[in-house]
Write a new protein. Structure first.
Length: 294
């Protein structure tokens, strides 16, 4: 009977876990809808902004922006975008692993010299790098509590200020790009220096003749910081949507696994109960036979 009690306790525990994972899946699905809408609406704006910058700056002789200066990358900042919570499958682990591979393959010499800094957006990444002795810049974990362009711009301003002062010669961003609820594409992008249009792999297909006031130089000067901020904001929104997609998928799988485990436990419980009943019947019959024989 002790075995039956143990199985009943496990069935109760798994049932409770299944209710929790099912609720978390529904919450993530609701949040995913809002996060997906945000990134889908931003992408056309970000692409058009870069297109305008490429068209305008192509006709400007000699750029003077401090954010386009391509220096030797002696000091590197890697921005790792993860999340504040777990239970999202390999979402956080994959982002951290990709960042580590980037550092090991591209900036091994800088790491050995102690010239690699990490800016983590998300508590999971922050805790990981702090525990391993990396130079972690700032604390941006509260961003996901109020995720908007204004708050993200403050982080971008700090990054651009450090780059302009020469504290960083290269800034790379590692994040999960959202494709759909089940697929997140690990992406590494160079945030600074901003590559000039002549170095971009994709050129605008159609050159547009814009009427520009007060001047092309002034517009480019204003556009470059805006493009950098939008690029970082897009990466954060992509990662935010990917997080909810990964969590929804993980909780859906956990719910299914709990259902399979419940079936197995109920089968074991029924078998144990039948065995106990058979044993009791055998003992009753044996006792009755013994009394009859006596």
């Amino acid at each position: 009977m002790a075995n039956l009690k143990e199985v009943r306790n496990r069935i109760s525990s798994v049932s409770s876990t299944q209710q929790i994972t099912k609720a978390m899946k529904m919450v993530s699905a609701a949040k995913l809808k809002r996060a997906t809408n945000a990134i889908v609406q931003l992408r056309p704006y970000a692409e058009k902004l870069r297109e305008i910058l490429a068209n305008v700056s192509a006709s400007v002789e000699g750029g003077t922006s401090p954010y386009t200066v391509d220096r030797k990358p002696n000091n590197v900042l890697v921005v790792v975008i993860a999340s504040n919570r777990g239970l999202a499958g390999a979402f956080n682990t994959n982002a951290i692993k990709t960042a580590n591979q980037l550092i090991a393959s591209k900036y091994a010499a800088q790491l050995q010299a102690g010239n690699v800094s990490v800016m983590a957006i998300g508590k999971r990444a922050q805790d990981y790098y702090m525990k391993r002795g990396y130079r972690v810049i700032g604390d941006n974990n509260e961003l996901f509590m109020a995720l908007n362009f204004e708050n993200t711009s403050k982080i971008a301003d700090a990054i651009m200020s450090g780059f302009a002062k020469g504290e960083y010669d290269r800034v790379e961003v590692v994040y999960n790009r959202f494709k759909n609820a089940a697929v997140q594409i690990l992406t590494t992008e160079q945030l600074l220096p901003l590559l000039p249009p002549t170095m971009e792999t994709e050129q605008p297909k159609v050159e547009t003749d814009y009427i520009i006031e007060p001047s092309k130089e002034r517009i480019v000067e204003e556009l470059i910081p805006k493009v950098i901020k939008v690029q970082l904001f897009k990466a954060v929104l992509d990662s935010h949507a990917s997080e909810h997609g990964a969590r929804m998928t993980a909780m859906d799988k956990a719910t299914d696994n709990a259902g399979e485990l419940l079936k197995s436990l109920k089968l074991s419980y029924n078998q144990a109960r039948q065995a106990a009943i058979t044993t009791e019947l055998t003992e009753i019959v044996s006792g009755a036979a013994a009394l009859s024989a006596g």
